[in-house]
Design a protein around this ligand. Structure first.
Ligand SMILES: *Cc1c(COP(=O)(O)O)cnc(C)c1O
Length: 383
């Protein structure tokens, strides 16, 4: 069982309720408009001066998207939020908006592949980066350079699901004047509040649990009003990866059931992880609640429904065969929807080359089909 913050349940359930006095609508209307007429040119000039929160043009602020931004800021305990066309849109704006040639970024722990690919692209623009899998404040302190501007991390990471000492890293960075950002997609805004631990910025891919129905792509960035406004002017408006109002409406609808979905994802994934951990065909299970002994400090309430398993024998070929034998787990990328999914840790056989991600790794996204049926499916596929 996980206990969620009752305040969060109120925020999710009343996600968009009657925001603008719309006669009791439980969700806001979809503001399908690119521009917003003002009563006078003076009013237009006033709103253009606060375009990060006033609707003048939908590449800046749209009323439906603004409702979602306020809800996500409240859930993450941040002052402000901007929503994006995708999680990568948010990560791109964060890096592009805060960094300049000569700056260095330290990535800590496992980081989503395309985030690192984007960092490699930024090398061409004079922004350098390095990555550390050693993730204690003591281990990363010597890796910080005079030009380090940002520490970016995931916890739990989305492949090996290792958690790191968020308050320790936030304190270390703050003492050196370095910004901290965390991709909190795996934990969702319900299971971990990084801003309360001292983090400056939180990124989400809304395409996963926040949407929850595998029907929409979106992203969000939460932080202080000053930082979000800075990123708004230096990247958001210029890169233009904005969330359309219909997507914002879908994410608001998704948020209404996020608490109840997360409880079932948590309970079933943990039961399945425990079943697999004692299965003779399984060498290891990477689920952050299974080895609670060395839990780092933080405000983490428990894990969601995504974890990895390493098969005992046969490496990559056996991982492919077992995945293909599963009936209830769809073969697909992404995760966080109602349907269970499976994917291999590698796209091709890594052979015997030493790899951080074992060749026989399968990542499971536990959906809402019920743990008995999913365990039976896994047991049969592993036999
Ligand atoms: C999916 C994902 C992203 C990227 O989000 P998109 O919405 O697909 O652009 C970033 N980080 C993590 C951890 C993800 O799982």
């Amino acid at each position: 069982m996980i206990t969620l913050d009752p305040h969060d349940l109120q925020i999710c359930l009343r996600a968009g309720e009657d925001v603008a006095g719309q006669g009791g609508m439980v969700l806001p209307p979809i503001a399908q408009a690119s521009l917003f007429r003002k009563a006078s040119i003076e009013d237009l000039h006033r709103d253009l001066a606060q375009e990060h929160r006033a609707s003048t043009y939908s590449r800046g602020t749209n009323p439906t998207v603004r409702v979602l931004e306020d809800v996500l800021a409240a859930l993450e305990r941040g002052e402000a939020c901007k929503c994006f066309a995708s999680g990568m849109g948010a990560i791109g704006a964060l890096l592009f908006g805060l960094l300049k040639a000569g700056d260095h970024v330290l990535f800590v722990n496992d980081v989503y592949g395309p985030t690192l690919e984007l960092a490699r692209r930024l090398e061409d623009f004079g922004v350098s980066h390095s990555q550390s899998f050693a993730a204690t404040p003591e281990a990363i302190a010597p890796l910080l350079r005079a030009e380090t501007r940002l520490i970016f991390l995931e916890s739990p990471g989305s492949t090996l699901f290792r958690r790191v000492d968020l308050p320790g890293i936030a304190a270390l960075a703050r003492a050196r004047g370095i910004l901290t950002a965390i991709d909190n997609t795996v934990a969702t805004p319900l299971l971990q509040k990084p801003i309360d631990l001292g983090f400056d910025l939180v990124v989400h891919s809304c395409s996963k649990y926040i949407g929850g129905h595998s029907d929409a792509v979106g992203g969000a960035l939460v932080g202080s009003a000053a930082l979000i406004e800075r990123i708004f002017h230096s990247a958001y408006m210029l890169l233009g990866a904005v969330m359309p109002p219909f997507e914002a409406w879908l994410f608001l609808r998704g948020l209404m059931t996020l608490p109840v979905r997360i409880r079932q994802h948590h309970d079933d994934a943990l039961a399945i992880a425990r079943f697999l951990a004692q299965h003779p065909a399984v060498a290891a299970v990477y689920h952050p609640e299974l080895d609670a002994a060395d839990a780092p400090p933080g405000n983490w309430r428990g894990h969601s429904g995504l974890f990895s398993v390493v098969l005992a024998e046969g490496g990559f070929a056996r991982a492919v065969a077992v995945a293909n034998r599963l009936h209830l787990f769809g073969k697909a990328v992404s995760w966080g929807g109602a349907e269970s999914l499976v994917i291999t840790g590698h796209k091709r056989d890594p052979g015997d080359a030493p790899a951080r991600v074992p060749a026989g790794l399968l990542r499971l996204s536990v959906g809402l089909e019920g743990r008995e049926a999913l365990i039976a499916d896994l047991d049969r596929a592993l036999a």
